[in-house]
Design a protein. Structure first.
Length: 122
């Protein structure tokens, strides 16, 4: 969708982070992935934009709330998002992250894959 100088792409992400009809938006001109509840963190969300690594806070929030649907397809979906190489991860609950969004998505995908495989093997 062209929004007058900004181009927004809808990306279907079934069950990532939560339900079947999940989808995320990617603003192509700024490289911003509006990633909803992916990378949620605890606290008041300050500062609004951070360059601090978002992985540890996201894992801490996941451990507390168990909000992500960790299925066999979750890591693959997240790696597909990582291929966009976003420069900003706009997070719904917590500070947005400015930096190597692709690397952060891959790292979180690796953690979710580890958790899924651990749960599957008992």
């Amino acid at each position: 969708m062209d929004l007058g100088g900004k181009r927004v792409r809808n990306i279907d992400t079934p069950h990532v982070p939560h339900n079947w009809e999940s989808h995320l938006l990617y603003e192509e001109t700024t490289g911003t992935l509006l990633c909803g509840d992916l990378f949620s963190s605890l606290g008041d969300g300050s500062p609004a934009l951070s360059t601090d690594d978002p992985i540890e806070p996201a894992i801490e929030a996941e451990d507390m709330f168990h909000a992500t649907s960790i299925t066999p397809s979750t890591p693959a979906t997240m790696r597909r998002l990582a291929d966009l190489e976003p420069k900003v991860l706009a997070v719904m609950h917590g500070p947005s992250y400015q930096g190597d969004g692709g690397a952060s998505l891959r790292a979180l995908a690796d953690e979710y894959e580890r958790r899924y495989l651990g749960a599957a093997t008992g």
